[in-house]
Design a protein. Structure first.
Lengths: 448, 309
């Protein structure tokens, strides 16, 4: 074996108190509100009308446009309204379904039986499964890379490096059979030779269980990874598990590799087992304001308020509500926000934890540079963003390659001056995207 | 106040570190050397420390007041600058010159360039060099500690190479029983501080070890004598400079590789000055020179990002 350096970035406190808690099914909520943009691409198009009766698993919105995904009813009942939805800056429409409490299954559901790759992809497409680790990129679109070139290695991401979240951990413990089924499907239709399940060492039980399960399968390798953040990030996981690096503008698939979140794989496999599309998922509910943190199995589209009630309510007034983990999670300002397909956790902090420390001047300590898993220099981005001249700003940002930043937040976490480096990085990325588009348009006009 | 939950960009947790805590750690790390200074040089050293620190803090306070800048004395960096300056001066320097040095360091070197994090050179070192030039007779002369007889009062650095001169033993050198600046002599105390900074992860070992190692190796090669090399290591302000001044964040490169080159440069310049020039200020000048080179070192040592070009 060659000596391989691994990227080890940041040791974080884990806050994974829910790791030992088996997922419990939440009581059926009174209603669900299903936004049309629970995936990364274009919003889905509703195909039901107010007043219509729907059943669990029934298609209520169809895929529309690029990287879109269909939406299915997660409870049985009556469509009450198709209304505007604008929570946490996500403006779209949403379908509100009043539950009849019966959780009646859609009678039209069939267990899919594809015979080739194209049929398999079509089925995955209809399952509505998207990247459930947070990215929300449609799974079929990811797997479709196999149509163009051979995928040799499938990296199954069970790192779960974000503090607080344990939903992938629970899935790995409770659904080993579906992981096996998922891998069998990929073997059959993608024909990949190698399957690596990357799991952080802070989940020894999951590592043990899956190692045992795949003991006799030489194609599957369970790989224990150091518990460092951001171990589950694409570039980091790829490098630490395979030693490969995706270059600028390069696609992962061109290296013969795809990365799929473990829960996404399980939900895909579930569709091929029961015929039930993605309508429910495990959500970790944690944070200093939550009375009894839990892992819950909930219908997609239920409200955060429903989760809170199932967790014994709140101990304190919520200071901050976070979708996802404490590092990259996005905030919302209301408990009425819906659980989305990619909502792996909801962290509710009390007011004290939500308080922001005032930033002081940069002392040039270099911790952000030392901690960046990609080796970028956040202070250079900060310097660039202070430049008035936009051309000079763009030049410096391009030279420092801000577009590589994956906004993992390590730099902000370690900054002793509490400077909002990650926030600045994302502003810089937005600026450079806008700038480059504008330059291209200018060049086009000039060419005419 | 609005009672809605806050909306904010991630990350939503933060390490327990702060700039103020780092400065406090540096002060704590300088405590053994400060105590040693007072033990060795008496109340006079205590007076110098008080005057330098007070002058540094008051001048920063007044500067911010007059320039209508946000008050920054709370970050404790002025305390560090004052303390470092005091430890870098000998008891022959009148107190008013000590105070002047602090004012120079804070107002001209630090605040005039925009305050903490914006100065291009280390304030304490720049102030020491300024005092040396302005008041050569008092600053260059090294007064002896209380318990050392007059014979070994001259700074050992000036005596190495002079045949028959009464040099302090290596043991005396290690404990600080020799002339020089009040805080530079007691190597034991400085190493305790170094250890503390390492444990608290305020600095990493590279700069001090490479800096001191370079000086040691250069003298070992040029003189062929282990004893001479060891003397050079313990003499002058090398340990104090390498541990506390060459590791100043603001005036060193931000990259790890850059910092190593920085330390190597400091070591080489110190060697050249000590070996070939008639100057007693090898450490101060070397750090000052490398401070100016730091931005370039930072440029030259830029890493290729993972997945980048």
């Amino acid at each position: 074996m060659s000596l391989k350096k691994t990227i080890s970035s940041l040791k974080l406190p884990h806050y994974k108190s829910t790791a030992g808690m088996a997922a419990v099914r939440m009581a059926v909520p009174k209603e669900v509100l299903l936004p049309m943009n629970m995936h990364s691409g274009q919003a889905a198009e509703p195909v039901v009308e107010a007043g219509q009766h729907v059943t669990v698993g029934q298609l209520i919105a169809r895929e529309e446009g690029r990287n879109s995904a269909p939406v299915h009813a997660s409870v049985s009942g009556t469509v009450k309204a198709i209304e505007p939805y604008a929570v946490g800056g996500r403006k779209t429409t949403a379908i509100r379904i009043e539950s009849d409490g019966k959780m009646e299954k859609c009678p039209d559901l069939k267990i899919p039986a594809p015979t080739n790759l194209d049929e398999f992809l079509q089925c995955v497409r209809e399952s509505g499964v998207v990247g459930l680790g947070g990215a929300a990129f449609p799974v079929w679109a990811k797997l479709a890379a196999a149509q163009k070139s051979h995928i040799q290695t499938v990296l199954i991401n069970g790192a779960e490096c974000e503090p607080f979240i344990t939903s992938d951990h629970r899935v790995m413990l409770e659904h080993g059979d579906l992981i096996e089924k998922g891998i069998a499907l990929l073997k059959q239709f993608l024909g990949s030779e190698e399957y690596i399940i990357g799991i952080e060492k802070n989940k020894p039980d999951a590592i043990e269980a899956l190692t045992e399960r795949f003991r006799d399968d030489p194609a599957v390798k369970v790989m224990p990874l150091d518990s460092v953040y951001p171990q589950g990030a694409k570039q980091v996981l790829l490098y630490n598990a395979t030693g490969k690096v995706v270059g600028p503008g390069q696609r992962l698939a061109s290296l013969g590799v795809i990365i799929i979140n473990v829960t996404s794989l399980v939900k895909t496999a579930e569709y091929f087992t029961t015929g039930m599309p993605l309508v429910e998922r495990i959500v970790t509910v944690e944070g200093s304001a939550v009375k009894e943190p839990k892992n819950l199995i909930v219908p997609i589209g239920c409200s955060i308020r429903d989760l809170v009630e199932a967790c014994g309510g709140l101990k304190e007034e919520p200071g901050k509500i976070i979708y996802g983990g404490a590092m990259m999670g996005k905030t919302v300002d209301t408990l009425d926000a819906s659980v989305l397909k990619a909502t792996n956790a909801v962290v509710i902090m009390n007011r004290r934890d939500a308080e922001k420390t005032k930033a002081s001047p940069c002392i040039h300590c270099g911790r952000c540079v030392a901690v960046c898993p990609l080796g970028l220099n956040p202070t250079a981005f900060a310097r660039a963003m202070e430049l008035e001249d936009e051309a000079a700003r763009a030049a410096l940002l391009q030279k420092e390659q801000v577009s590589l930043c994956m906004e993992c937040g390590c730099c902000s976490y370690v900054c002793p001056a509490h400077r909002p480096l990650a926030e600045n990085n994302s502003a810089a990325r937005r600026f450079i995207r806008g700038w480059e588009t504008a330059q291209k348009e200018k060049a086009k006009e000039g060419g005419k | 106040m609005d009672n809605k939950p806050v909306m904010a960009a991630g990350p939503h947790i933060h390490s327990a570190d702060s700039s103020r805590r780092i400065m406090l750690d540096v002060i704590l790390a300088l405590l053994p050397a400060s105590i040693a200074a007072v033990v060795l040089f008496g109340p006079r050293a205590a007076a110098m420390i008080c005057v330098c620190v007070a002058a540094a803090v008051v001048s920063e306070f007044l500067f911010n007041l007059i320039a209508k800048r946000e008050q920054s004395v709370g970050d404790l960096s002025a305390v560090v600058t004052g303390l470092l300056l005091a430890l870098n001066l000998s008891t022959g320097v009148p107190l008013w010159q000590c105070a002047l040095g602090s004012v120079f360091a804070i107002v001209l070197v630090k605040c005039a360039f925009g305050g903490m994090g914006h100065n291009f050179a280390n304030p304490a070192i720049t102030a020491r060099v300024f005092l040396l030039m302005a008041f050569t007779s008092t600053v260059a002369g090294g007064a002896a500690p209380r318990m050392v007889d007059a014979v070994s009062s001259a700074t050992p650095l000036g005596l190495i190479g002079t045949e028959g001169a009464a040099l302090p033993t290596l043991g005396q050198m290690f404990l600080g029983l020799r002339g020089g600046a009040v805080g530079e002599g007691c190597i034991l105390a400085l190493l305790v501080g170094f250890g503390y900074l390492l444990v608290r992860r305020v600095i990493s070992w590279q700069i001090p070890v490479i800096f001191m190692g370079t000086v040691f190796v250069c003298f070992l090669v040029s003189s062929g004598s282990f004893t001479v090399a060891l003397y050079e290591l313990l003499a002058g302000g090398l340990v104090l400079g390498a541990v506390f001044m060459a590791t100043d964040y603001t005036t060193t490169p931000i990259t790890a590789e850059g910092r190593m080159l920085f330390a190597l440069g400091c070591g080489l310049i110190t060697f050249v000055i000590r070996r070939f020039c008639a100057l007693p200020e090898g450490v101060s000048y070397s750090i000052l020179c490398m401070n100016i080179l730091a931005p370039w070192l930072e440029k030259w040592t830029r890493r290729k990002p993972l997945g980048g070009v």
